[in-house]
Design a binder for this molecule. Structure first.
Ligand code: ZN
Length: 473
């Protein structure tokens, strides 16, 4: 019953041991809100949603902090490129709302707290000051107003990604002229005349704004403390972003994250999605191809560390898998029709499913258990073993619930309520009874006419040994 996870720092799958019994603190790097969300952003948020749900199921109280980077070079560049009257902060908020809507569409629960970088400037100043005091940061030697982290002063710099300082490329985030070493990176960026006044804050080193890496270190410590359980983010953030977060925080005396978890990216036809390649699939586009529940199933069904390679047809497989879940639940509920068996319909997660999820969140193996279980459930229905079918319904209900893909539960149940509308069910049942009567009287023309009328209204019939089942096509 121990949850195990792949810790990117030690590069091993290891037992998760919380700092505080029964509690988990997770910090996840959220998006830089410079443009509309693409499916890679949603996948990342979904991965930590699944971790959170599973840890919750295992009895942990989870505090999930996912930040919003609302001040950054890229946001200022986006606002400048649009040549409109929209300020950088209005642009950031506009895209932040798009992210929030995308998460909600996929049933990704809001984090416990979602701090914006611009609301923690004071904590960032404090962290920079501690680094300067400890001899690990210095103000630029030119008049830029920048402050840099002194990479050569920190022997363990590079430990997260197992790189030696000598092998590292220069940090391209600031003018190298003010740096002692080209690999030093900016903690504070002095205000430039070309940037809007509103994008600068007063500081002991001159007006300016925080460096991206520093933002996360300050927010993680502010909301989870100097030491916390899990730091998450996309695999592409390992270097320099996470390496720099780790260096800053530990050099300032914080112990920082106990485990590092990294999720895989989404490729398009074998290529990395990127703005410069113009091959990004935006969330709005994706959601026009399939229902949100299908998108959630698709993005969540791969192992969280694997790369998802999206290609045409990917969503079709997810749709088919979901239809199997929906048709099983519809079929078993119609067959049970309110019949209950003592304890047999209770939501219970099968051991094999739980073992897969405990093993570094092995969702593909867990889904295999789900589909095997449903096959057994359908077989039980075929052989009229209602009690077994009821028990299996409870298992399917529980497994899909913990994955956030239970079609009978919020936020998905509204979409498929048509089949559970009593008025519709009564009308269909009535027509099915008429059809039965016609067949009994060998009036096959009348029976076929009823079936065709139902088909014309989008209602499919399936004659089984235990009677006729119906569903909305
Ligand atoms: Zn971060």
């Amino acid at each position: 019953m121990t949850v195990r996870l792949y810790d990117s720092r030690s590069q091993t799958v290891t037992d998760f041991v919380p700092l505080i019994e029964g509690e988990v603190g997770i910090y996840v790097c959220g998006p830089t809100v410079q443009s509309s969300p693409h499916i890679g952003h949603l996948r990342s948020a979904l991965v930590y949603d699944l971790w959170r749900r599973w840890l919750n199921y295992r009895g942990y109280r989870v505090t999930l902090v996912r930040n919003v980077t609302d001040i950054d070079d890229k946001i200022l560049a986006s606002a400048a490129a649009e040549h409109s009257a929209e300020t950088w902060w209005a642009l950031a908020y506009r895209f932040e709302l798009e992210f929030t809507a995308g998460y909600a569409e996929l049933g990704i629960l809001p984090p416990t707290y979602e701090p914006r970088a611009t609301a923690s400037i004071g904590q960032m100043h404090e962290l920079i000051q501690r680094l300067i005091d400890a001899g690990h940061a210095y103000p630029a030697s030119d008049s830029s107003g920048d402050v840099y982290f002194d990479t050569s002063s920190w022997p363990s710099y590079g430990e997260l990604t197992r790189q030696k300082l000598d092998d590292m490329a220069p940090a391209a985030d600031a003018d190298p002229r003010g740096k002692r070493d080209a690999r030093d990176f900016a903690l504070w960026k002095g205000h430039k005349a070309t940037e809007p006044e509103s994008a600068s804050w007063p500081s002991p080193w001159g007006a300016g704004r925080p460096g991206w890496h520093l933002e996360c270190s300050a927010m993680a410590a502010r909301y989870l403390g100097p030491r916390f359980d899990i730091h998450g983010g996309g695999r592409d953030l390992r270097f320099p972003h996470h390496e720099n977060e780790l260096a800053q925080s530990t050099a300032a005396g914080d112990e920082f994250a106990n485990y590092w978890v990294h999720n895989g990216l989404v490729n398009i036809g074998g290529q990395k999605m990127s703005k410069s390649l113009g091959n990004s699939i935006y969330v709005s586009e994706f959601l026009s191809q399939a229902r949100p529940l299908v998108v959630r199933y698709y993005l969540g069904s791969a192992h969280y560390r694997s790369t998802i390679d999206y290609h045409d047809g990917s969503l079709v497989e997810a749709e088919a898998a979901l239809e199997r879940i929906e048709s099983f639940l519809t079929r078993v509920d119609r067959r049970l029709d309110g019949t209950t068996f003592a304890g047999s319909g209770a939501p219970v997660i099968p051991e094999a499913f739980a073992a897969a999820m405990d093993d570094d969140l092995a969702v593909p193996q867990a889904l295999a258990v789900l589909h095997d279980t449903m096959r057994a459930g359908n077989a039980a229905l075929d052989s009229d073993d209602i009690e077994t079918a009821a028990r299996i319904r409870g298992e399917v209900f529980a497994m899909t619930d913990v994955l956030g893909i239970n079609p009978l539960l919020a936020p998905w149940n509204a979409a498929q309520s048509a089949e559970s509308t009593p008025a519709l069910a009564r009308l269909v049942e009535r027509l099915l009874a008429d059809r039965e009567e016609a067949r009994a009287a060998k009036d096959f023309a009348a029976a076929d006419r009823i079936r065709d009328e139902l088909a014309g209204a989008g209602i499919q019939l399936e004659d089984t040994p235990t009677g006729t089942q119906w569903s909305i096509a």
